[in-house]
Design a protein around this ligand. Structure first.
Ligand code: CA
Length: 228
């Protein structure tokens, strides 16, 4: 799993990251909230350990920013602020759990394990390809965490294509899944929706491509695979 530790006390950052790396995780450490925000704008993590008292951007501000973007990555708040109000506000802002300093490393590990388990369970609702993530539960598509606005039909088409990525889908198959029986539509409608979705994905630089295989159908791939 990939974990980000945002902590400005070097000894704590060191101790936590050593411990987590020992568990086989890939760990990035940042001492600045501003820097963390920059990295989180493009890098995906499975878990974030977040200190609330940071020198530049406060941990609560970073957390609020993250949740406003719709990022559901589990966040374990680590703080010396033992006041109930600070913990409550962190949880209200979307923290999944918290640890109060000084903490026992075994407890830290147990909480990290619990959050990672929970995160993996939810991950089954999210399909990813290129820079695109589609959350079936929340009915949202995102490109690098930024919401991609899609009309319902195009969202559904994207869902169908992602569920079949790497496989050629015939127009008929798509039409079957895209339209209900009482929506009498021809295969031309599939072409129209594919065209619209392709344009939107291109404009959003989603890093995916819908290839047309003449006479066969459509194939959704990450752009790197297309070039290869
Ligand atoms: Ca601190």
């Amino acid at each position: 799993m990939r974990i980000l530790v945002v902590e400005d006390t070097p000894q704590i950052a060191q101790a936590v990251s050593t411990r987590l790396r020992g568990q086989g995780h890939a760990v990035d450490c940042l001492a600045s909230g501003v820097e963390a925000r920059e990295v989180l704008a493009y890098q995906r993590y499975d878990l974030i350990l977040l200190d609330l008292g940071l020198p530049d951007l406060d941990g609560t501000a970073l957390l609020a920013w993250l949740r406003e973007r719709g990022e559901r990555v589990p966040v374990l708040v680590v703080t010396a602020r033992s006041a109930v109000s600070a913990r409550v506000s962190a949880l209200d802002l979307g923290a999944d759990d918290y640890l109060i300093k000084p903490f026992d490393p075994d407890e830290m590990e147990a909480r990290v394990r619990a959050l990672l388990r929970r995160g993996q369970g939810e991950a089954s609702n999210v399909s990813r390809l290129g820079r695109l993530a589609l959350d079936r539960a929340a009915r949202l598509a995102r490109v690098d965490g930024t919401r991609l606005e899609l009309p319902k039909r195009e969202f559904r088409l994207l869902e169908i294509l992602l569920a079949n990525q790497g496989r050629v889908l015939a127009k008929e198959e798509i039409a079957d899944q895209l339209f209900s029986f009482d929506e009498a539509t021809g295969l031309n409608a599939v072409e129209v929706y594919v065209g619209r979705l392709r344009r939107r994905l291109g404009e959003a630089e989603a890093g995916v491509e819908i290839r047309t295989l003449r006479g066969l159908g459509y194939l959704m791939q990450a752009e790197s695979e297309v070039r290869a």
